[in-house]
Design a protein around this ligand. Sequence first.
Ligand code: AMP
Ligand code: MG
Length: 379
Amino acid sequence: MADDIKAVSTEVVPVDSQRPEAAVIERAAALLRAGELVVFPTETVYGLGGDALREEAARRIFAAKGRPLTDPLIVHIAQVEELERVAAAVPERARRLAEAFWPGPLTLILPRGEQVPRLVTAGLETVAVRMPSHPVAQALIRAAARPIAAPSANRFKHVSPTTAQHALADLNGRVPLILDGGPTPVGVESTVVDLCAEVPRILRPGGTSLEALRQVLPEIEAPQPPRASEPGQSEREEGEAQRAPGQLLVHYSPTVPLCLFEGEDQAQRTAIVAEALRHLKRGERVGILAASEDVEALRPCEESGALVRAPASLEEPEQVAAALFATLRELEAAAVDVILCRSFRPVGLGLAVQDRLRRAAGGWVIRVDPSATAAEEVR
Ligand code: AMP
Ligand code: MG
């Protein structure tokens, strides 16, 4: 993987998330206009931005992230009129979605406009476009006066950053400037919808829910569950882009192994307690990601030294999404040996939460059945 980038010193500059200071935005925009990279907050996660119409800027993005060139970038615009600059055609269905959900956490796959370098789209004849709603992202794209390619500001395969500190931990020395606008409100990446397929379908669930999308386009197809990774795929640098890029099972992973429990709530709790105590007895450090409804049942694990984090209730998928990546990074930073994680219902933003957790588990999923004595382990 290309890692031949020159070390730079990284400056973190605070910015008002609601009324971004003009001088800060202008400084960042000047870097973008010069083909340099800037990390900035969006409503989903922090993005690693560069000029979307300049191949050299895209090359820098891939190098800074350590991302293979087969994984395309999302192009960010500040106004709907800019769509014509980056897409060769805008079908009626796309217009309806844009009207309903932009600015916001929705990415549309459209035919690639000629000005967008093939490097940005990983060789595909389609381009991913989004109009973010975050005031800092909006102001920055407007000031740069060009579309901005921006993947999440993390090293390839790591958990996406929801704070400037997360981005700094991954990209220190690899980008000149990080704008710190505080934690990002949505907390998971955008929903990606393919409008080049016969029937529009979700390629990646995210910050715009399937239910909301179906109110505008009832025919929209639900996302496919993640595929297992193919050997050598992540190492592949050039050549054919993947058919559904970015959809490999191992993605969004914490550096610590994560075991995901699925099944009836009470059975999950029982299985997590048993598994936690087993690891603790071996002298391992255990982190548990749970819901507030689980805290009481998990008391014995906590008393035996497990780190229990329950950022929200099962009834609040939006709060779970907002806290998910920060909680995974927190457990990782606490140097646990394993993270045991409950599952969340795939309703609203819960669908994106389920997707990210399945990817983070990389196939280590324990399906608990209340009637069975032992849990069935699927690896
Ligand atoms: P991120 O790194 O979070 O910005 O994710 C970008 C993701 O957008 C990729 O991994 C793909 O899943 C998706 N994507 C971008 N461009 C395309 C495209 N042309 N066709 C299909 N999916 C795309
Ligand atoms: Mg990403």
